[in-house]
Design a protein around this ligand. Structure first.
Ligand code: SF4
Length: 217
C-alpha cells in the first residue's frame, strides 16, 4: 500500500482510539463544559490525528493537544496560543502557507514539515500518565516508519523530548548519546546532535538508519 494512504489510514485508527479511559472521559467532560468564549463551538472531542506533508524532512513532536485548543478545533496546535507561535515561526521559514490557523478548514498547509504529538488526547492539567504515553507510543513509532523522508526531529518540551528519545532507543536498540556524540560505534550512520534553542531541542540524526533498522526487524 502507498505510504501516504497508510499514513491516512493510521490517522483514521487514531481518531477512533479508546485505549485510555481517563482521557476519553476527560475529552467528553471538556466538550460538555466549554468556557464561555468557546460556547458556540462544536468540540472535536476525540484523539487528534497528526498532519502535514507526508514527504516532510522536518518532524515536530508536541506533548499533547490543548483541551480548548486542538481538542476544540480538531487539529494539533490549531486555535491555541502555542500554535500562534509555532505556525508563525513555520510560516516565517517557509514551512507553512500562512502565519496562523484558528480552524481546521482554513486551508492552512505545511510543506516539508509534519506535526505529531507524544499523545493524541488532551490530558487533564496537561499531564499524561506514563501508561497513557505508552498506549500512544505505537502510533508514533508507526509514523516514524512511514515518514521516510524525515531528517530533523523537533520535540517541543522536555516530556516530548524524553519520550521521543525512548522511541528512538526502542527502534535503534541502543543508547543515544547527546551533544553530537555518535550513538554507537558500530552504527556509524546513526549520529545525533542535540542543539538547544529557546524551549525546544531539535535532534538531527540519520533517520534513514532508523528506517533500515525497522525494515530489518
Ligand atoms: S492518548 Fe493515544 S492511546 Fe490514549 S486514547 Fe488517546 S489516541 Fe488512544
Amino acid at each position: 500500500m502507498n505510504f501516504k494512504r497508510e499514513l491516512e489510514n493510521l490517522q483514521k485508527v487514531v481518531i477512533q482510539c479508546h485505549k485510555c479511559p481517563r482521557l476519553v472521559a476527560y475529552l467528553k467532560e471538556v466538550s460538555r463544559n466549554k468556557p464561555k468564549r468557546f460556547r458556540d463551538w462544536d468540540y472535536w472531542g476525540k484523539p487528534l490525528p497528526s498532519f502535514g506533508d507526508p514527504t516532510a524532512r522536518f518532524l515536530i513532536i508536541g506533548l499533547a493537544p490543548a483541551a480548548n485548543g486542538g481538542n476544540r478545533t480538531g487539529r494539533m496546535f490549531t486555535g491555541d496560543r502555542s500554535g500562534e507561535w509555532l505556525f508563525g515561526a513555520l510560516h516565517r521559514f517557509g514551512f507553512a502557507n500562512q502565519p496562523n490557523s484558528s480552524r481546521r478548514d482554513d486551508d492552512f498547509a505545511l510543506s516539508d514539515c509534519y506535526i505529531t504529538a507524544t499523545i493524541r488526547c488532551a490530558p487533564p492539567d496537561n499531564k499524561p500518565l506514563p501508561e497513557e504515553i505508552e498506549n500512544c507510543r505505537p502510533y508514533f513509532l508507526r509514523e516514524l516508519d512511514l515518514l521516510k523522508s524525515v531528517r530533523v526531529l523537533v520535540p517541543l518540551g522536555q516530556i516530548a523530548f524524553t519520550k521521543m528519545l525512548k522511541s528512538l532507543r526502542m527502534i535503534l536498540r541502543c543508547d543515544l548519546s547527546l551533544r553530537g556524540q555518535p550513538i554507537k560505534e558500530n552504527l556509524p550512520k546513526a549520529v545525533c546532535f542535540l542543539l538547544f534553542f529557546y524551549f525546544f531541542s531539535p535532534l538531527v540524526l540519520d533517520v534513514e538508519h532508523i528506517h533500515n533498522t525497522i525494515s530489518q526487524g
